[in-house]
Design a protein around this ligand. Structure first.
Ligand code: BEZ
Length: 167
């Protein structure tokens, strides 16, 4: 069962890819606890839809998201920090995006947003989704149907932000 609007984000440790390689382990409370955040999940670094559409959409809307009150935009995938770092560099995503390297899939699993892609030889990955959380509590969640990129785009989040209460 996926996390629901009104629930707290899971409290655990996750690796954040560094622009220069490697990464730092931080607590999700530290990262998200006192901020307005957008977290979007993707099934894999360097995969076509993620690289060509999903991430570039968030990069294009970075300023608009900040203007709408978002402090941090994070991209989550079940990949290691080296891969997430290389992917971020390849897309010029640093420092606009915080690249969350959920190599163990623990944050993804705790969110209830894993997806079994073993049929495609990808293993268990992060479902394509987006959420907005304020001070650690989920305010909006959009989970894509398989193969779709509609409800988790940066534009969809901006539209959702316009409907959310401001305090
Ligand atoms: C993609 O194109 O983003 C993608 C491809 C295969 C599996 C998951 C995602």
């Amino acid at each position: 069962m996926p996390i629901q609007v009104g629930q707290k984000l899971p409290s655990l440790r996750i690796k954040v890819a560094a622009a220069q390689g490697g990464g730092d382990v931080l607590s999700t409370d530290e990262l998200f606890g006192r901020k307005n955040v957008v977290i979007f999940g993707v099934p894999g670094a360097f995969t076509p839809v993620c690289s060509n559409q999903h991430v570039p959409g968030f990069l294009a809307q970075e300023q608009a998201l900040h203007a709408a009150g978002i402090d941090l935009i994070a991209c989550l995938s079940s990949n290691d920090a080296w891969v997430m770092g290389a992917w971020g560099r390849s897309l010029s995503a640093f420092p606009a995006l915080t690249m969350l390297a959920d190599g163990n899939g623990e944050f993804t699993e705790a969110l209830g947003l894993g997806v079994d892609l073993r049929q495609g030889f990808l293993g268990v990955r992060t479902q394509r989704f987006v959420l907005v959380a304020r001070n650690g509590t989920v305010q909006h969640l959009g989970i894509e149907e398989p193969g779709k990129l509609e409800v988790s785009t940066a534009e969809a989040v901006l539209a959702a932000l316009g409907q959310l209460p401001t305090d």
